[in-house]
Structures are given as C-alpha cells and as structure tokens.
Design a protein around this ligand. Structure first.
Ligand SMILES: [Cu+2]
Length: 132
C-alpha cells in the first residue's frame, strides 16, 4: 500500500510538471505569434504608405521629406510647365517629363539621402531622406 501511494504521488508530480511545461510552451507560442503579426502589420503599413510632393511654382513642396524604407513618394505636377523629378545620381529614379496634372511614383527600397532635381530647371532641387 505504501508503494502504491508513493507511485500516485509521483504520477501527480509528473502531471503537474507536464501541465506547467505545456502552459509555458503555449504562452511562448502566443507571444511569438503576436510579435509576428505586429511585424507583419508594420511592414504592410510601410508598404502602403505614400507621400506626395507637389511641383508648384518651380518648387518641390516639400523640398525635403523623410520617409521609411519601402515607402513611396508620388510627385504631382501642378504647374503649366513641364518638370521632372530626376535623381542626382542619374539612375535611381527619373520621372521623365511630367505635364500639368501628371504624376510619377517611386518606391524607395534603400536608406540614405536621395537628392534630386528637375532636368529642365536644374535650380529646382529636392531631397528624400530614407530611414530604415
Ligand atoms: Cu522643372
């Protein structure tokens, strides 16, 4: 009888430990899942965010904007004159000639300070600062 009692106590202890372990594992999975979902939401939000730069009176407005990596910038020409938004390095992005009301969108995938200008009016200058 004494041996049986010991066995029962041991079994109870094992069950208690297993329950505790299961609770820990489930909690960890829940936390990881929540963190993953949050990360996904942030990535989605960044992906879908677009900033607008107006081209008006021979100026980029705002001339300097700060965005996060993966975001888009959309230039809209409000002038009667044609303009471009062309990267100073000549290759990252180039809107080509934008007539009145035309727009051009570029997605910024790498961080850094991206300077640009208008090809037709080189005094028109702007900067896109891309943060990580
Ligand atoms: Cu221009």
């Amino acid at each position: 009888v004494e041996g049986e009692e010991k066995e029962v106590r041991l079994m109870r202890r094992i069950i208690l430990w297993m329950t505790a372990a299961a609770v820990v594992v489930v909690s960890a999975l829940f936390v990881m899942g929540a963190a993953g979902a949050q990360k996904h939401r942030t990535a989605q939000a960044q992906k879908h965010q677009t900033r607008t730069v107006w081209i008006k009176n021979f100026h980029f407005k705002p001339a300097k904007i700060t965005i996060k990596r993966g975001m888009k910038v959309r230039w809209i020409n409000k002038d009667s004159m044609m303009h471009t938004a062309t990267a100073n390095n000549g290759r990252s992005f180039d809107s080509g000639h934008l007539s009145k009301g035309e727009r051009y969108t570029h997605t910024f995938k790498s961080k850094g300070k991206k300077k640009y200008h208008c090809e037709i009016h080189p005094f028109m200058r702007g900067t896109v600062i891309v943060k990580r």
